[in-house]
Design a protein around this ligand. Structure first.
Ligand code: AMP
Ligand code: SF4
Length: 472
């Protein structure tokens, strides 16, 4: 039921910089480092102190930007965005940042996440005369800010964010200021760094490494940061809640070289793999992982179990992530084009195959078949996260409930469906152990797609139409 009510998704990457002569160029590099977070579109807006310039397009960062168009992006501050989109929103009009020009001042916005009360806000804005041109949540935020009228921009932003419920990391650029905000639960990752004397902001710290920036700190849940010629000023627009950083960021999305909330992604995946080996051991000859996101967990599993890690599968580098293809048939072909078994390694062996997650089951089913065709005598599938049984309302495209394999079948049935000799998942406690310091409110994670316990109120769309919210 809830799945039908699922809103539009955005699981994207953000980068911003203030006070650097090479703002556009460094933003281009930052977006390049964040390319894995979205491959369907990208954009950069810069400011030279007097006006904003924009360039954006559909496709990969490298194909959208070149020396010529980067040279037109003048100024010392910039925001940039890489976009993941579902089929229904893959048009150019939804590519961010969105730029709004007005007589007094202009602003450009980009965000990562999903507003859960978007339907109610959209209806309210339309009833008050706003004409929304995109299906993007970012535009809703912009209209809410503009309704703040003659309030100082900082106050108008606070007022607007006070009305928005959900998961968002958000950057806004004007001619002379950069605003940065994170939702009160800190569902999405967002870090601050410094390069030379300039502040930088990014969804993942791997972007800092590429531009030579030093990590400074995380943006705090409920925090609104203003960066301008006077430096960085931090205020709160909402009381911070127990942090609920998306655990799928660690499991799958983020790059292994990123640190999220102070925890290195590769190290956390290794711990998940170790924990999985403790919880679900099996006799086997080799451990292998599905490249790239499961390699760290496979190394952890091998270390803990004492079964040697081997390169049983290789990935064709010249193809994107399977999920990025928005429909089922291209996703299935995507898996076939992407992975090949290493026959010399798996032939005649009992293989433990580690993957980071099962969503629809397409990947696991295909890989078990590949390994068996290559001569594996047994394939034991071990998943380094718990079963995903519930949809995500916070911008992660985990599909409708009825397509989630674990919401429809028992583990034994799933094993049979994917053709595995055995199947086991990491427990929710095991996941938490790898990521959470129990004494800190800052290291909490969202695990709602595993447990069904959503950290925020959820606003089903039909209910929203009547102007009432409801918990999930
Ligand atoms: P599936 O083939 O539908 O079971 O999807 C599982 C595969 O997709 C795993 O190998 C993951 O690496 C990857 N994956 C898991 N969750 C997501 C997500 N929300 N978006 C994109 N890819 C994902
Ligand atoms: Fe992440 Fe799952 Fe929470 Fe969505 S429901 S934010 S995918 S942990």
């Amino acid at each position: 039921m809830l799945a039908e009510l699922k809103g539009l998704n955005e699981e994207c990457g953000l980068f911003a910089i203030f006070g650097h002569e090479r703002a556009a160029e460094l933003t281009f590099y930052g977006l390049h480092a964040l390319q894995h977070r979205g491959q369907q579109g990208a954009g950069i807006v810069t400011s030279n102190g007097e006006q904003l310039s924009i360039h954006k397009g559909v496709g990969l960062v490298n194909s959208i930007f070149n020396e010529q168009n980067l040279a037109t992006l003048k100024g010392t501050s910039a925001i940039g965005h890489v976009r993941y989109a579902t089929e229904e929103q893959s048009g150019f009009e939804n590519v961010q940042p969105l730029l709004f020009r007005s007589q007094i001042s202009s602003m450009a916005l980009a965000h990562n996440g999903e507003i859960v009360n978007d339907f109610a806000l959209r209806s309210q804005l339309e009833a008050q005369g706003s004409i929304l041109q995109t299906t993007s949540d970012t535009e809703i935020i912009a209209h809410l800010i503009k309704r703040g009228g003659y309030l100082a921009l900082e106050e108008a932003i606070k007022q607007a964010l006070g009305m928005v419920k959900g998961a968002y990391a958000f950057v806004l650029l004007t001619e002379d200021q950069l605003f940065v905000a994170l939702d009160p639960y800190g569902l999405r990752p967002l870090s601050i760094g410094k390069v030379d004397d300039a502040y930088v902001v990014a969804s993942e710290t791997c972007a800092f490494d590429l531009v030579g920036a030093e990590y400074v700190r995380e943006v705090k849940p409920g925090e609104l940061i203003v960066i301008d010629k006077n430096g960085l000023n931090s205020t709160m627009f909402a009381s911070p809640m127990q942090r609920a950083l998306c655990s799928m960021e660690y499991v799958y999305f983020s790059r292994p070289d990123s640190d999220l909330n102070g925890i290195n992604v590769h190290a956390s995946r290794k711990l998940m793999g170790k924990q999985l080996a403790k919880e679900a051991s099996i006799e086997a000859d080799v451990v292998t992982g599905v490249p790239d996101s499961s390699i760290s967990a496979a190394i952890g599993y091998a270390e803990e179990s004492g079964i040697p890690y081997e390169l049983g599968l290789i990935k064709n580098r010249y193809i994107g992530r399977t999920f990025i293809e928005p429909n089922q048939s291209s996703r299935e072909e995507g898996v076939k084009m992407k992975l090949s078994p290493v026959r010399g390694i798996v032939n005649g062996k009992r293989v433990v195959m580690i993957d980071d997650s099962i969503v629809r089951g397409t990947t696991s089913m295909r890989i078990v078949r590949l390994l068996k065709e290559a001569g594996a005598t047994e394939v034991h599938v071990r998943i380094a996260s718990p079963p995903i049984k519930n949809p995500c309302f916070y911008g992660v495209d985990t599909t409708a409930s009825e397509d989630l394999l674990a919401s429809q079948y028992s583990i034994e049935e799933m094993a049979e469906k994917i053709g595995a000799d055995s199947l086991a998942f990491l427990s929710v406690e095991g996941l938490e152990n790898a990521l959470v310091d129990e004494d800190s409110i800052e290291t909490g994670i969202c695990k709602a797609c595993f447990t069904g316990r959503y950290p925020t109120e959820i606003y089903p769309r039909e209910v929203n139409a009547n102007g009432k919210g409801a918990g999930a």
